[in-house]
Design a binder for this molecule. Structure first.
Ligand SMILES: [Zn+2]
Length: 249
């Protein structure tokens, strides 16, 4: 999906009451962001959920853009420990351009420019990764990044909005083959999570080829009907207004 750019992979750009935070700047982030007239210099932080290339490829260029090549030193980088060593995702000279580099940990609580977030639990995924629960003065929402499903997962996430990285139609059994990715959620997992956590809205994203061919928009439509909860299949460049969560249905 990434190498053919069948779907875009630039990550999530949050604007929370004016505080702008970039999450998981994958391949194409700089191109997609500039196309949409999003100004990286306005970012307060970049959060990397894990080092996999589809989440991290544009980290360096986005630090360069956020800090105007070091001429506008500011901002915070949040990343898991294995994104700094042994193979750092961000070049050391670029790390000098930001105010702080913060290493994420399980159960960590962080804040930046009036927005707080937590990384409640380590996921089942090869690199170290945690999902994120964001709290703004008006909303709470969760980003469930790459993981295999585990029983305790739902307990850690909640909020009016869930963003769920859903790669498969059906979850895959574990495998020792390093070329066969298995530690990802499937649609049936996403359904379980939404049913249990009952957000006002859920957004599924990060589709693999099989799921893409099965038409995520159609699947989201049937999940919405089945669960009585609005499920949206993300589209390239899609914008979601958190204000929609305040409208009573
Ligand atoms: Zn991953």
């Amino acid at each position: 999906m990434i190498t053919s750019q069948t779907l875009a992979s630039g990550g999530l750009w949050l604007n929370l009451g004016g505080t702008q935070i970039l999450v998981d700047p994958g391949p194409g982030c700089i191109v997609r962001a500039t196309d949409k007239k999003l100004n990286a210099e306005n970012l307060s932080a970049i959060i990397l959920s894990h080092l996999h290339l589809d989440h991290s490829a544009d980290m360096n260029i986005m630090v360069e853009a956020m800090t105007k090549s070091g001429h506008n030193q500011h901002g915070v980088l949040f990343l898991p420990p294995d994104a700094l060593a042994p193979e750092p995702v961000v070049f050391s000279y670029l790390r000098n351009y930001v105010d702080r580099v913060v290493v994420l940990e399980e159960g960590g609580e962080y804040s930046v420019d009036g927005i707080s977030f937590t990384t409640p639990v380590r996921h089942i995924h090869k690199p170290i990764t945690y999902g994120i629960v964001f709290k703004t003065p008006r909303h709470t929402f969760s980003y469930i990044t790459d993981t295999r499903f585990f029983d305790d997962l739902c307990r850690h996430y909640g909020g009016e909005l869930l963003i769920i990285n859903t790669l498969f139609l059906e979850p895959r059994p574990e495998s020792t083959d390093p070329l066969l990715p298995t530690d990802h959620l499937g649609i049936t997992d996403a359904e379980k999570i939404i049913r249990e956590l009952k957000p006002k809205t859920a957004i599924i994203t990060h589709f693999g080829m099989g799921l893409w061919q099965a038409r995520p928009q159609k699947i989201a439509g049937s999940l919405t009907e089945k669960l009585g909860i609005k499920v949206i299949a993300a589209r390239d460049g899609m914008e979601f207004d958190l204000g929609e969560l305040d409208i009573d249905k």
